[in-house]
Design a protein around this ligand. Structure first.
Ligand code: NAP
Length: 340
């Protein structure tokens, strides 16, 4: 039963739905569950429960967020309150130290057990690099046996991802933090093609080429850090970073609509055609309402398209594999996979 003091949940029919190449549909707004090293697992599990009551049907989880066990208890309560498993879209992700052939299936089973589920709607390879970093580490942290992207190795991991689909415990598999050259190889060699690429997307980092490539190749873009991750960990901050919610164009559109600039970013994302997964402890209801009401005009969408600054916030320095590299080496900026 809903608390009568709470506002009515959002009409599901109003939420954009993204059609995957399998024919399945994924709710076009999700709730992020990474507490950025400062929001507790218990607090996030509470938000998941309340967000489901408010109408969220898509949850972006990952083993490395170290809160799947608490979120699993929340899911159990959500189902006890009458929401059906098939009504939810639940994603989890394989962490970077579990790319080994013997680790993929065991890791997925651990996430399923923690989340108290018998299947996932989507299981992602979290990063293309098999390089571990400890939770809460700083930007200079490096895995002692860090490796570059080696396609043959990635395919060995992918074969096990495919096996999870064959086993029926995962409905879709996908990737995250991939580049066009890496995706081209994966599309060439995959038996089961990735359904999505989860990637950083906000008005200051629109990645138009990769965004188009993903859609043109029958995948869906899921956009992380949709409001520019204002409370991201220290290791993910540099002096060159900009903040989309402080951009004059976003601020003036927000003023015109009488909403927070963060909600403008979420409206833009949903209207552009990606699936934003904002994390929020305090504003998740507002964000949900934002995608179903008072759309941005074509002119506002064009104005936001013009403020891209190619400003990547999650640079991934901790995944670099040798001395003397810069974070750009992780992202194949010259159009080719950076040589080992
Ligand atoms: N695949 C990957 O490698 C990857 C990488 C990074 C993130 N992710 C996923 O993407 C999710 C989102 O990314 P993120 O959490 O880094 O960044 P984000 O969603 O851009 O930013 C979250 C922050 O924005 C604030 N916020 C959200 N809506 C707001 C609003 N309407 N008004 C004011 N403030 C608002 C939240 O504050 P309050 O809590 O106070 O509301 C929260 O601190 C993560 O939780 C995770 O699930 C995936």
């Amino acid at each position: 039963m809903l608390n009568p003091a709470q506002p009515a949940p959002i009409d599901q029919a109003a939420i954009p739905q993204r059609r995957l190449y399998t024919g399945a549909t994924m709710p076009g707004l999700g709730l992020g569950t990474f507490g950025s090293d400062h929001v507790s697992a218990a607090e996030i599990a509470e938000v998941v429960k309340d967000a489901a009551a408010a109408g969220y049907r898509h949850f972006d989880c990952a083993s490395v967020y170290a809160n799947e066990a608490q979120i699993g208890v929340a899911f159990e309560e959500i189902f006890q309150r009458g929401i059906k498993r098939d009504d939810l879209w639940i994603t989890s992700k394989l962490w970077n130290d579990k790319h080994g052939e013997d680790d993929v299936i065991a890791s997925c089973r651990k996430s399923l057990a923690d989340l108290r589920l018998d299947h996932l709607d989507l299981y992602l390879v979290h990063w293309p690099f098999p390089n571990f970093h400890p939770p809460g580490c700083d930007v200079s942290s490096r895995s002692p046996d860090a490796k570059p992207y080696i396609h043959e190795n990635f395919m060995r991991t992918w074969r096990k991802m495919e096996a999870l689909v064959d086993m029926g415990v995962v409905r879709h598999i996908g990737v995250s933090n991939m580049t066009i050259p890496k995706l081209k190889l994966l599309l060439r060699d995959a038996r089961i093609k990735p359904a999505v690429n989860e990637m950083e997307l906000h008005p200051h980092f629109q990645q138009p080429e990769l965004f188009r490539f993903v859609l043109d190749n029958g995948m869906q873009p899921i956009g992380y850090c949709p409001v520019g991750s204002p409370h991201r960990p220290e290791r993910d901050r540099t002096s060159e970073d900009t903040s989309p919610t402080e951009d004059g164009v976003i601020v003036s559109i927000a003023e015109r609509h009488g909403i927070h600039p963060a909600v403008v970013c979420i409206k833009w994302a949903a209207q552009r055609g990606q699936t934003p997964i904002p994390f929020s402890v305090h504003h998740y209801r507002t964000n949900h309402e934002g995608v179903v009401s008072d759309p941005l005009t074509d002119e506002e969408m064009r104005a936001i398209a013009a403020i891209d600054r190619n400003c990547r916030l999650i640079k991934g320095q901790v995944f670099l594999w040798k001395e003397g590299q810069t974070w750009e080496d992780l992202w194949d900026v010259n159009g080719e996979i950076t040589p080992p």
